[in-house]
Structures are given as C-alpha cells and as structure tokens.
Write a protein that binds this ligand. Sequence first.
Ligand code: SAH
Length: 252
Amino acid sequence: MDKIGTVYLVGAGPGDPDLLTLRAARLLARAELVVHDGLVDPAVLALAGPKARFVSVAKSRARHTLPQVAINALLVREALGGRDVVRLKGGDPFVFGRGGEEAEACRAAGVPVEVVPGVTSALGAAAAAQIALTHREAASVVSFVAGQCKGLAEQNWAGLAGQGRTLVIYMGVKTAPQIAEKLMADGLAPDMPIAVIENACRPEMRVLRAPLAGLPDLVEGERVKSPALIIIGEVTARDDAAVGQLVSEFAQ
Ligand code: SAH
C-alpha cells in the first residue's frame, strides 16, 4: 500500500516565534507542506525549512478564503497522497481553532493525525500584560468563551464572570457592546474592571483598561481591531498600590 502522510495540527502561539514549542519548530523546519490560517505571524512562517510549500487558508469574519469542509478535504487529500502536512494554527489548535473538526475529518478518512499544543492567545496576552488570570487574592476560576455574533444571545455565561472569577473573551471586538450588555444583564457590576489586549505578543501590542460599562466606548474610541481579547475581572486591575503592598510585606 502507498504511504499515507500524517496531519500535524500545530499550535503556532499568539505571535512571537519564541513562544513556539520545540516540537512545532522541528516540524516546521522539516515541513514539505504548511497549511496555515491568517492568524499565524509571518515571523513563525519564516521558521519553515527551504523545501516548504505554503497554502494559506486565511479566515477572518469578513473574508472566508476556504470554507472549513474544503480545508478538511485539502488536509485529507494531501495526506492520502503521501505527504505529511503541517497544519499551523494561531494559538492552540483546540482552543477556538476548529482543530477538533479537522482531527475528526482525518480520523474519519483513516489519516493519522497528531496534535501539537500551542500557547493560546489568552495565556500569551495575560503573560505579556502581566495580568495573572488566577490570583489567590482575586480569582480562583478562569473561563474562555467565544464572543462572536453567532449565537451570542443564546450562550449561557451565567456564573462565569464576577467576583473571584476571570472571564477571557475571544473574538469579541465586533460584539463588545452586546457583550457588556449581556454581562451587566447577568448581574455584573458596571464598574467591574476589564482589559482589552490587542495584538498580544507582537511588537504592536496594546493593553487598554476600563470599567465594564465603558467597554463599548473603549473599543470604538481606541479603534480596537482583531485580533484582540477582552479580559473581565478584578485580576485586570491589580494596580501598583496592590503590588506595592506585597513588596512591603516581603520587606518585613
Ligand atoms: N486558536 C487561537 C484562537 C483562534 S480564534 C488561540 O488559541 O489563541 C481567534 C481569536 O483569538 C481572535 O479573535 C482573538 O480574540 C484571539 N487572538 C488570537 N491571537 C491573538 C493575539 N495575538 N492577540 C490578541 N488576541 C488574539
């Protein structure tokens, strides 16, 4: 029987190539075919070896270059044709990355599939902005949700945000007004601190802060663009006064 290739679903992290896993870097270095989406930073693609061929299946809300079924079919076709495929995705493949669908398509077609985790943007952004997603004094629960339009009204976020909890919202730039409204309707205080982190782990990163009620104005006034994350919770407002107190505790 002819050789069947393997599909590697590889997390490319949030931007900075230093945040790739060694396994991702090694797979890229020997890749023949790299199928990547729009969020993958060019600096990461530059780590691919000289024989790599690139196929972009860039996806954004406005422009869908290839529908998901066509991406699944492409991966399966190339692997059945005998080629290993590095399917490179921003962040982690299994966090809002449709990696689950691609893995299922491969398994259904009898194509071996391996998953290489990546630093999901929530973790990259939190690290870059020095916002501890959990903190003994501020949060012991952290949740990741998708904030895009489709089904936003039906999603049940009850209990995910509030005192002692951190909520990280992916894909929420366009729907920021509805998100703020939804959370306040669920009982969140309008002055709950939030942060918006745009282009995390890239040179152009911005970290913006506001109270929850000010989120829509912040996004509009600052012209926040995707990719950006919204972090809701007290951990976003651990200011220098709190840090100063910690330092003085250590000094004693
Ligand atoms: N699999 C990816 C998420 C894909 S969904 C991951 O694990 O990170 C796309 C959303 O991810 C964007 O709308 C944005 O909310 C977030 N995102 C991805 N990269 C980002 C970055 N560098 N900075 C801020 N947000 C980012």
